[in-house]
Design a protein around this ligand. Structure first.
Ligand code: HEC
Ligand code: HEC
Length: 331
């Protein structure tokens, strides 16, 4: 037997024995040192987890967890290059025709189009391919039910834990601020997308009108931080950016022009820390923040005019700075 064949055979035997590891968990595990430093991990969490996070329960999801996407895209993608290219292709042009996950499209609608730098997606897909990414606790059972061939209990992967309030204190300030912003974004995004998917834009609009502010506020309580969404062109005048915040908005707009991934801006004083991070539009936002005569339906527009006579928050297109997170917490 040639050495290479022997090697393959050995690899095969080994992989069968190690049946606790699901077939889709390839290569490196969660606790290897590189995982914490791989730039794709953070990019995945900041750009994709608002919809694809591993912590939301099965019933209240607005999109499949990333592990399901990984599993689907590994089918037929034998090389990393192929895997990365397929993800890039979908992100550039998310349509029903290009989607592989028919069940997901049927349940959630096609993924809203968002613009991402190619490099960002490259990093994310590389990370997804190389590492065991987090999966929700319900995933294994659900997968077995849906596909009938789930294997093992997957203890090679960390179980998704809900990110509750106060375990961010040890993080660097920028990371901590970002966690506060993103966990609030998850709550708002889940409610908004869920409403649109189930009841349509008009119901979602009324929901935002009543709930956006209290939901954001309630996250401030959870995190013991002041969490605000502010804008240079606010819909609700309570969300108007101050002069300083407007300056940061300009900086984040420049980042988009330069096709650059924005870093949180951190301003630390003697008593507290302030962290700012952009809120960008995707295609989904345009049904309420897009062009008045084309993107926004007339009944939606009428309702917006009624609820917000001084509305400034229309006329946007995809991948623009709709506003920023403005977060303040004690040191
Ligand atoms: C605003 C919510 C949202 C965000 C943010 C989001 N997605 Fe999605 N995505 C969805 C939904 C909904 C689906 C399921 C419907 C579909 O397959 O198009 C999906 C499906 C996918 C699919 C599978 C498409 C298919 O059917 O073949 C890929 C790949 C994907 N997302 C990648 C990403 C990546 C990478 C990011 C972050 C850079 C991201 N998504 C951010 C909502 C989102
Ligand atoms: C269903 C309609 C609807 C959709 C879709 C929608 N929004 Fe809004 N948005 C609103 C309403 C209504 C408000 C005002 C909420 C309030 O009164 O507190 C708002 C407020 C905001 C604010 C706070 C600043 C301001 O203008 O008052 C930001 C930031 C924001 N939206 C961003 C987004 C982004 C980003 C998206 C897409 C991911 C999005 N919105 C999608 C209806 C919508």
């Amino acid at each position: 037997m040639k050495p290479i064949t022997l090697l393959l055979l050995l690899a095969f035997i080994f992989s069968c024995k190690d049946s606790k590891r699901p077939s889709y968990s390839n290569k490196k595990k969660e606790n290897t040192p590189e995982i914490q430093t791989h730039s794709g991990k953070k990019l995945l969490e900041t750009n994709c987890y608002v919809c694809h996070n591993p912590t939301t329960t099965e019933e209240s999801r607005i999109a499949p967890p990333m592990i399901a996407i990984k599993k689907r895209y590994l089918k037929g993608s034998t090389t990393k290059e192929n895997f990365v290219n397929e993800i890039q292709a979908f992100i550039k042009n998310p349509t029903k025709e290009n989607a592989k996950m028919y069940g997901a499209v049927k349940r959630f609608g096609v993924m809203p189009k968002q613009a991402f730098p190619e490099e960002t997606i490259q990093q994310i897909a590389d990370y997804m391919f190389e590492f065991d990414i987090e999966k929700p606790e319900w995933f294994e059972e659900h997968y077995k039910e849906q596909h009938g061939n789930g294997r093992g209990n997957g203890n090679g992967m960390r179980k998704g834990k809900p990110e509750q309030g106060n375990n961010f204190k040890d993080l660097p300030y920028s990371e901590r601020g970002l966690k506060y912003a993103l966990s609030t974004k998850v709550v708002l995004g889940k409610n908004l997308m869920g409403k649109i998917q189930k009841e349509g834009t008009l119901a979602a609009l009324k929901f935002c009108n009543i709930k956006a502010f209290p939901l954001t506020d309630s996250m401030s309580v959870v995190h013991k931080a002041v969490i605000k969404r502010v804008s240079d062109k606010p819909r609700n005048s309570k969300n108007k950016a101050n002069a300083l915040e407007n300056g940061y908005i300009t900086i984040f707009k420049e980042d988009i022009k330069a096709n650059k991934e924005s870093e949180p801006i951190v301003v630390s004083s003697a008593e507290n820390v302030k962290v700012y991070y952009p809120i960008k539009t995707n295609s989904m936002c345009l049904q309420c923040h897009g062009k008045s005569n084309s993107d926004i339906k007339s009944n939606t527009l009428a309702q917006i005019d009624k609820l917000y006579p001084k509305d400034l928050a229309t006329g946007y297109s995809e991948n623009q700075v709709r506003g920023i997170w403005s977060i303040t917490f004690n040191k």
